[in-house]
Design a binder for this molecule. Sequence first.
Ligand code: 13P
Ligand code: SF4
Length: 319
Amino acid sequence: MDRPPLDPDPDLPEDLEEAILELKREKGAVLLAHYYQESEVQDLADVVGDSLALARAAQEIECERIVFCGVHFMAETAAILNPGIPVIVPDLEAGCSLADGCPADEFKEFVAAHPGAKVLTYINASAAVKAMSDLICTSSNARKMVETFAGEKLIFAPDRHLARWVARETGRDDLIVWPGACVVHELFSAKGLAKLKIQHPDAEVLAHPECDQAVLDQADFIASTTGIIRRAVETRDRPSIIATEDGVFHAILQQAPDKVLYQAPGMDESCACNRCPFMRLNTLEKLYRCLRDDEPRVTVPEELARQALRPIERMLELS
Ligand code: 13P
Ligand code: SF4
């Protein structure tokens, strides 16, 4: 059935990009955006980065308000690092299957069931789960952060795929793992990837460690979003097959416009399931409105923020 046309919004300016830039200037706002945002959102951002780069930027920021185009746990991290600065997001519903799949009350019981274990938590977790952690990591520093717990009993949460990858990288086959997964990276098809490799035998496969092992087994290079972008640009004369969210294509093509890129296929070829449904909730229209209205805001209760700050700062010091 055809959908009725959307009502035009009389409140929206004709040139949205220009209006957003103007509001940003007027309100002293700094716009942080993840690589999985729409390209037009990335183009308006003051900083575009992976999870680690955005946490670092949030730590160093000086501004009147932060506008975060990413997902909820990223905005929470920025709020924890900047008590007193409002953190505004285009859409409060932009969550993450990893953070949402690890509820704080259940995680508390999980930790209690392993007395004496230290807790290393992937940044894709709620503030409440971070507050129960000894240290935070991202996909770009997970190996190094695991190594800081040599000889200690260690819980790794909440991504089982990243946990398995980092366990292999560090030789830690005793990690106690919370069994969460990313709905985007877990759905790349190993079979589809094998077919694509046959069609493009000269292409290098670049994959994110949140992918399933059957996909990682076919990868030539495994790294965080920033690592994948850097590698694709460095190998500009050779095609790359990308097994992560295709928002990274924008940054790669900005630096290497002639680069040939292929998206690793999802399990269901008829859907765009390799696009993060949460990240992509942030549209230019919502970005304009949140800047104009100064809401919705992401806030973290003071005591919780204080507890969650410690393991985040420790990661930033060690990175
Ligand atoms: P990085 O930004 O660390 O590469 O993680 C990717 C991701 O899935 C963010 O939610
Ligand atoms: Fe979460 Fe995966 Fe989306 Fe990243 S890509 S925000 S891990 S659901």
